[in-house]
Design a binder for this molecule. Structure first.
Ligand code: MN3
Length: 244
């Protein structure tokens, strides 16, 4: 990271950040498939945001972004590292941990999922996002769901009706088909314990901490707003990786 971006970033993080500036130097997530690994003694690191906390307004407000990133996600990251340390686990590939999550304790499952799911979530959002997907993913969505509108309706409905905390996902199943699913808590479709398994190409966080400050109990309004900020280029990137 160059000095200008570093200063911009640390200024954006503010005094409440749980992570030291030295941990913020090595991430470029889009194009990199969130393969953050263990580096020396620092453990898994929270990726940088590619935009300022207020960049997604009015759809996601600054305060929600700041708390979500600097407190919730930073907390999952820290607790994941602590849990791995306690269990004496040296595996440095988060995907391998998730794929074998049944062999780890509950703290690794909850915080490993929390770490990875948010890494994806930040990248599914962009101030330049929204609109209708083109490319291979646009074509696949139209083929599978009939139309983009039909897909949007199904994804929104699954996200809105998921009971309690969790996530909604668009995944590519091992047979190449797309499917909309939801997972409880911080589980995800990569985990061996997941009911339906596949590669994530889109998600949305439906924990109340993701929307309550701005939308209170109206989860459906937050989901509706999400369509205005989805970064379809990143979705396309993950889709191409999943089907190659
Ligand atoms: Mn969250």
């Amino acid at each position: 990271m160059n000095k200008r971006n570093f200063l911009k970033h640390t200024a954006a993080l503010g005094a409440g950040a749980l992570i030291a500036p030295s941990l913020l130097t090595s991430f470029t997530i889009p194009g990199d498939r969130v393969k953050a690994g263990l580096t020396g003694q620092t453990g898994f690191q929270q990726p940088e945001l590619n935009y300022a906390f207020d960049a997604l307004e009015p759809y996601i407000d600054r305060r929600t972004m700041e708390l979500h990133y600097s407190k919730h996600h930073a907390g999952y990251t820290q607790k994941l590292n602590e849990a791995l340390g306690r269990e004496g686990i040296t595996e440095d590939n988060i995907l391998r941990i998730l794929e074998n999550i049944s062999s780890y304790g509950a703290a690794v499952r909850n915080n490993g999922g929390g770490y990875y799911n948010h890494n994806l979530y930040w990248n599914f959002m962009s101030p330049e996002g929204g609109g209708t997907p083109r490319g291979k993913i646009g074509k696949a969505i139209r083929k599978q769901f009939g139309s983009f509108e039909a897909f949007k309706e199904q994804f929104s409905s699954v996200a809105a009706s998921h009971f309690g905390s969790g996530w909604a996902w668009l995944i590519v199943k091992p047979n190449g088909q797309l499917q909309v699913v939801s997972t409880p808590n911080q589980d995800n479709p990569l985990m061996d314990v997941s009911e339906v398994k596949g590669s994530p190409v889109l998600n949305i966080d439906v924990w109340e901490h993701a929307y309550y400050l701005n939308y209170q109990n109206q989860r459906a309004r937050y989901i509706e707003a999400y369509w205005n900020i989805i970064d379809w280029d990143y979705v396309e990137h993950l889709y191409r990786e999943a089907v190659q």
